[in-house]
Design a protein around this ligand. Structure first.
Ligand code: GDP
Length: 296
């Protein structure tokens, strides 16, 4: 299969953090993502058509943050189950009027298992019934000790409804990113993960890829699971065509032979012939395994 050469430390450059919003249903994951995007959309973009590609980028103090749009646990569960790690930082949303709930605990466990740093967003602070101290206590009961209480987890009281403290939350994301020193090598063939994929009537197979290392370019030959192709076109989260996509960028790509699955890994390879050969090998291997299983 594909051999991945490790990067030399001197080739690594800082890259932007990739963030997922998690939390219990109705605690405000979707609203928070909307609020973040709203505060950061320039007036020129605001009138334009925003393209849904499963991820979006916001700029804060000239630094970029990539937000995965899959609210809930998909980005963690289905992808992690397939060996893909796509998130650098998890924002755990807890409604201040509801406190820690079953899916909050699930999210804590996922983030811990994936060794992803957590930032707590105590949401719905605009509500008269908001009780952030209760949230902090309940988090402590589940092993999440926030800074004010002597721990090392950052928490920010926010309101996705009125935008209160959203800027602070974004600054905290950048702070954690700075401490974690996320790096990648832009000068190698691209490695990425499928965030979502579907068949488009006009464009054929389209997939949103989070580029995690290297740079993807138009014309590159790629292998994705048991799919191959040559990158025909790339579009960013603003719906704009791009020719290159470096580490920590999400792009929608076209030019694939089939629709890949979320969580599949993308590898750019030398040429089409190699891409085909790898896919053929993978398919044969799967067939052989299926045959073996059926003979048991
Ligand atoms: P999700 O299921 O976690 O994605 O939650 P949603 O974003 O869909 O929010 C669930 C409900 O809570 C919706 O009715 C939102 O309008 C409401 N909501 C979300 N954030 C806030 C907030 O900061 N304040 C108030 N008062 N309501 C909120």
């Amino acid at each position: 299969d594909i051999e991945i050469e490790p990067d030399r430390p001197e080739d690594l450059k800082p890259r932007s953090p990739v963030v997922t919003v998690m939390g219990h249903v109705d605690h405000g994951k979707t609203s928070l993502l909307d609020a973040i995007r709203k505060t950061k959309v320039t007036s020129r973009e605001a009138g334009g058509i925003t393209q849904h590609i499963g991820a979006s980028e916001v700029k804060v103090n000239d630094k970029k943050i990539v937000l995965l749009d899959t609210p809930g646990h998909e980005a963690f569960t289905s992808m992690r189950a397939r060996g893909a790690k796509v998130t650098d930082i998890a924002i755990l949303v807890v409604a201040a009027d509801d406190g820690v709930m079953p899916q909050t605990i699930e999210a804590i466990n996922h983030a811990k298992a994936a060794e992803v740093p957590i930032i707590i967003a105590i949401n719905k602070m605009d509500k008269p019934s908001a009780n952030p101290d209760r949230v902090k206590q309940e988090l402590a009961d589940h092993g999440i000790l926030i800074e004010e209480w002597g721990g090392d987890v950052i928490s920010v009281p926010v309101s996705a409804l009125n935008g209160e403290n959203i800027d602070t939350l974004l600054e905290m994301i950048l702070l954690v990113a700075e401490m974690e020193e996320f790096k990648a090598n832009p000068n190698r063939k691209a490695i990425g993960t499928v965030i979502e994929a579907q068949l488009d009537v006009g464009k054929g197979s389209v997939a949103t890829i989070l580029i995690q290392n290297g740079t993807l370019k138009i014309g590159d030959s790629v292998v994705i699971g048991t799919t191959h192709g040559r990158i025909r076109a790339m579009m960013n989260d603003k719906g704009k065509r791009v020719n290159v996509a470096g580490p920590s960028t999400a792009v929608e790509i076209t030019g694939l032979s089939e629709v890949p699955e979320a969580g599949d890994q993308l590898f750019a390879v030398e040429d089409d012939k190699i891409a085909r050969a790898i896919v053929e090998k993978r398919i044969n291997k799967i067939k052989a395994e299926q045959l073996k299983a059926s003979q048991k």
